[in-house]
Structure formats: C-alpha cells, structure tokens
Ligand binder design. Structure first.
Ligand code: SF4
Length: 437
C-alpha cells in the first residue's frame, strides 16, 4: 500500500474549476515543516507482502493468504538477516524514518514486527531519539488491543487503509471491511494513545459524488486524525479492474467528476485545518509524513523484505534495487545470509543474489526523479540545489524553454532557484511535470 508515485487527478484537458478562495492557501515556497537536519540519514522501508485478499484495483506486491498461514516468525528472521547484511554493507547511518508497508503489515504478529523494529533501531540508531515509525493497517486487522501493542512496541504512527465510508463502494473496491469497521479502527487507533494517525481515502469511484467524497474526508478528520492521504482511483493494466476495463465492463467516473472530487476534498480538509502539502496528502501542522517527504525529496532509503524497493548510495554511486518478489524465494535467500557476520564484501555479494533487479542511477535520472516527485509538494523543488547535490545540469535548453512556457501560462512559478506548481494548476500536474523532464 505504499503509494510513492500515487495517483494525480489527471484532468489535462477540459474546463476544470480552479481551487477557489476557500481552498488551502499557498505555502510560501521556502516555508517547510522539515529542516535539512531533520531529513538527514536514511529512511527504512519494510515490505510485508501478504493480504487477506487481493483488491481488484491493487498493483502493489501483495499475496492473498489466510492469516494463520502467514509465516510470521520465519519472515521476521529473513528480514533481520537481510538487515544485518545491509548494515554490514552500508555501515552505520542515522535513520530518519521507519515505515512498515505492504501488503498488510497489521497482519504480522506484533511480537514479530517488534523484533524487526528493535533490530532496525539497534542496527542503525541505538542512541538516537526514536524517528517517525509508521505501520500501515487494514481496518479489518486493527482494533484497540493491536493499536496498544504497536504503541508499546515503539510505533508512533498508524496509517489506516479506510478507502471509503460507503458499504456498497467498499464492496465494489473489493475491501473486506465495511464503513462501521473502518470508523471503529480509526477510533481505536486514536483512543489507544497513538501519537499520530493517518487514513487513506479513495475518491473518483463511479457513482460517487464530490459531496460524498468531501463528507467522508470531513467525517474522518473529525475523529482526530493528524493526516489524510486521498487518492483518485486509477486503473492499472495488470489488475482485475484493468482486465474489466479492457473488456469495457468496468464503470468509471468521468474525468470532470474526479477533478470535482479532488477540489471538494481539498476544501473539506482545509475547513478541518489540514494543510494540503502534497497533491494527495493533507496534514495538521507539524504532522506531515516524514517518510514520504524523504521519497518526494529524493533521499536515500533502505528497502527490506520481499519485493521491497530501496535507493542507497554505495561508494559514492546511487543505486535502486528491488528484492525478490516471491515470498518463499525471498525468505530462502535471505535466511542464507545469516552467518555472514559483519563482513561487508561477503554481505554485498550475497545481497546482489537477493536482489531481483538493481540499477545505477545516472545524475540525469536522479534529477528527473527529483522533479517528478518534488513538484508534487506545495513547497516545490529547489532545482539548482538538487542539481548541485546530484552533479547534474539543472537547465538543459529544452527544460529552460518548457519552464518559460509554463511560467507564461501560469502553470509554474519560479522563486529564486525553486520551482513550484501553483495549487490552482495541481489538476494539471502530470502534464506540467512531464514537460519539464
Ligand atoms: S489491502 Fe492494500 S495492499 Fe492489500 S490488496 Fe488491498 S490495496 Fe493491495
């Protein structure tokens, strides 16, 4: 459920209402929640690859399984073995955030998740204050007791896949919870004393009005959430919905209705005091998702677990890797890493076998990714600073011309070296960003 490059309202044509006066005010471009110091170090992402059932719109790596069949302890052992090898290869690094995503990590026995969390902390940051530690949860596997146990384990943020508060729409989305269960999970998380609770919502589903999207966002925010992620439903080709759409048998919302829902959610959450700080994300002051901020700013993160992606710097070169995506194959290979001790060379050689794919990232690709992700933020991206850090050319002639055209059309702002997509143009962000790559 980790939506790194999550959906953007894709209205590229047609008349869409701009974000009106009641919409979230512009964030001054240099005013951000996070200092560079807070964002130093690496993020750690742990993928938990199982779900009770596969949702028909989902293209994340998730394998359906009955809860009792999930090899919870063996998987924790495998992730800990991988962690030891990555630590030997990368050396000691401060950790800025830890994120358990999936799949459905709330299906993991808390004792096993706790073992992994303690392993990460003792490997990377034994003497530092705890970083942001998030666990993604499904309402069907989150109650008060689980939330309390996660809190006791050191988790300080839950992200709950609510997705909607209408039973019929939840059934259409293939979810195994209903609205009552979703509300119960959010209430339980808040009442457990968990410092930060976020909920995911999906809008732009056929038959859903903008008013209902806004009402659901408001209803959730009123429960005491610190953060909301709201995504337009997108149809990915490799999913059950993708197959239905190809046959013309999937009801879909018109583009204008999706854009209207985006604006309605923006207005509703602004009224609740949540800042729209990224195209799909809203937070109360000081409550932005630090882990995702790291992705959007193009910072390194270590990926652990089956199918996990990571981006790390080794010997001055940035690499992106993905671990083996089959749970059994991953566990067999990772458990074989045990016993390598702290030998960086042997660990590196063994880790390459664990990785399904790996590529060195050129400076140009890194800068393109900075634009692709950084321009989703209200604060935008400091292009020249990012280019200097990466060692890339910030302004090839084609990008300079594209930026001038976009600025003339009011689709892009330049504040010194920082580029920002103004909020009224967020509905067109996919097209704007692709012009700048
Ligand atoms: S619960 Fe989340 S990760 Fe699992 S199948 Fe559904 S959308 Fe995908």
């Amino acid at each position: 459920m980790n939506k790194l490059t999550s959906v953007t309202p894709s209205a590229k044509t047609g008349s869409v209402r701009s974000l009106g006066p009641s919409a979230t005010p512009e964030v001054p471009p240099n005013e951000t929640d996070e200092s560079d110091e807070q964002l130093s170090g690496v993020g750690v992402y742990v993928h938990f690859p199982w779900c009770i059932k596969k949702c028909p719109y989902c293209d994340f790596l998730s394998v359906p399984s009955a809860r009792q069949d999930i090899p919870a302890a063996r998987y924790a052992d495998a992730v800990l073995a991988e962690l030891a090898a990555r630590r030997a290869e990368l050396g000691a690094q401060p950790v800025r955030s830890i994120f358990f995503g999936g799949g459905t990590p709330s299906l993991w026995r808390v004792a096993e998740l706790r073992r992994v969390l303690e392993g990460i902390i003792s490997a990377f940051c034994p003497d530092s204050p705890p970083p942001e530690i998030t666990v993604e949860c499904n309402p069907g596997s989150l109650g008060y007791d689980t939330a309390r146990k996660l809190l006791d384990a050191g988790v300080n943020r839950l992200s709950i896949g609510v997705q909607g508060l209408d039973d019929e729409r939840l059934r259409f989305l293939g979810r195994w919870h209903d609205a009552e269960k979703a509300l119960g999970a959010v209430r339980a998380a808040v009442q457990s004393g968990m410092p930060r609770v976020s909920a995911d919502l999906i809008y732009g589903v056929a038959g859903q009005s903008p008013e209902s999207a806004a009402a659901e966002a408001s209803q959730l925010a009123e429960l005491g959430l610190s953060h909301v992620s709201a995504y337009a439903l997108t149809i990915e080709p490799q999913t059950a919905f993708g197959a239905l759409a190809r046959k013309g048998r999937l009801p879909q919302a018109p583009e204008q209705a999706v854009a209207d829902a985006f604006l309605a959610v923006d207005e509703a959450l602004a009224r609740q005091g949540l800042e729209h700080y990224e195209i799909s994300n809203f937070a109360r002051p000081g409550q932005r998702a630090q882990h995702n901020i790291g992705y959007w700013r193009g910072l390194d993160y270590v990926g652990l677990g089956c199918g996990a992606w990571g981006t790390v710097t080794r010997d001055g070169q940035r690499f992106r890797y993905r671990n083996r995506p089959q749970p059994e194959g991953y566990m067999d290979q990772a458990l074989g890493l045990g016993g390598l001790g702290c030998d960086p060379e042997r660990s590196s050689a063994a880790l390459r076998q664990l990785e399904h794919e790996s590529e060195a990232l050129s400076a140009d690709v890194q800068l393109q990714e900075c634009l692709l992700l950084g321009l989703r933020l209200a604060e935008g991206v400091d292009l020249e600073r990012a280019a200097a850090r990466i060692g890339a050319e910030p302004w090839p002639r084609a990008r300079r011309r594209a930026a001038e055209r976009l600025i003339e059309r009011g689709r892009l702002l330049q504040h010194g070296t920082r580029l920002v997509i103004p909020k009224p143009a967020w509905l067109f962000s996919d097209g704007i960003i692709s012009e700048l790559l």
